[in-house]
Design a protein around this ligand. Structure first.
Ligand SMILES: C[S@@+](CC[C@H](N)C(=O)[O-])C[C@H]1O[C@@H](n2cnc3c(N)ncnc32)[C@H](O)[C@@H]1O
Length: 235
């Protein structure tokens, strides 16, 4: 599994990144969901609290990284009214073992981190944890892996006197996988205060691959998902 995340940076860059778009598009897909949702790779909880705000469902927020979970639990602590409805599961997706199947599953910006063999084994496991007819929603875009490119800054934010910036280099890529180097830097007036480098593989399966894997695990695609999201129901 690959994870390019530097914990202190996550919310700074993602609250304004993919999260607003997901908050706009996801609620319609969850219309009618009222009993239970499993969120796979809940991260720091940016989507988790929204799931709990949009639906009356019990939420299971699965997150294997202790660093991400710490921020998720801190976020939940700031929302005490949610504490009796959100359970944080400290395991990875393949190890999920719920007491009862859930009504819906949501997996936002997680698939890139899953190696192909892990991903292939995951769908049947998820099918086993979902009610018949249950909903599986996840982010996916066509286009395969990005081409190699030199290190370039993708975003920066000011926090008091410090500038937090993220730069990305794509080192190599093939049809579905790329190896990238992320540089997380904190500077003050041109002086570097800290720098952290993380590299690893990201996976962008093609439509043919996703369709074959999901269909093989018993899922049927729903036609009504907005751009960037796929919705499937367990047949
Ligand atoms: C880019 S973050 C997305 C977090 C959150 N879904 C969001 O949209 O803000 C990817 C998350 O997937 C988690 N992750 C990586 N591999 C995983 C796995 N095998 N099972 C479950 N979660 C995983 C990481 O720990 C990380 O928190």
């Amino acid at each position: 599994m690959t994870d390019f995340i530097s914990f202190p940076f996550y919310d700074l860059f993602h609250e304004n990144g993919h999260v607003p778009e997901i908050r706009k598009k996801l609620p319609a897909l969850l219309t009618g969901v009222s009993r239970s949702i499993l969120e796979i790779g809940a991260g720091t909880g940016l989507i988790t609290t929204s799931l709990a705000d949009w639906t009356p469902a019990e939420v299971f927020a699965l997150e294997p990284s202790a660093g991400m979970r710490a921020i998720l639990l801190s976020r939940l602590t700031g929302r005490p009214e949610l504490l009796d409805r959100v359970t944080v599961l400290p395991c990875d997706a393949l190890s999920v073992n719920l007491a009862e199947p859930v009504e819906a599953m949501v997996m936002i910006n997680v698939m890139y981190a899953l190696e192909p063999d892990y991903r292939r084994r995951l769908w049947p496991v998820l099918a086993g944890q979902l009610e018949p007819g249950g909903l599986l929603v996840f982010t996916w875009r066509p286009g395969g892996a990005p081409a190699p490119r030199p290190l370039q800054e993708v975003e920066s934010r000011q926090v008091g006197r410090h500038t937090y910036s993220v730069s990305v280099e794509i080192l190599e890529s093939n049809e579905e996988a790329s190896r990238a180097r992320y540089v997380y830097r904190i500077t003050e007036g041109g002086t570097v205060i800290s720098e952290e480098e993380i590299d690893g593989y990201a996976h962008r399966p093609t439509w043919e691959t996703i369709e074959a894997e999901l269909t093989g695990a018993g899922f049927v695609q729903q036609a009504d998902a907005p751009d960037g999201l796929l919705a499937w129901r367990l047949g």
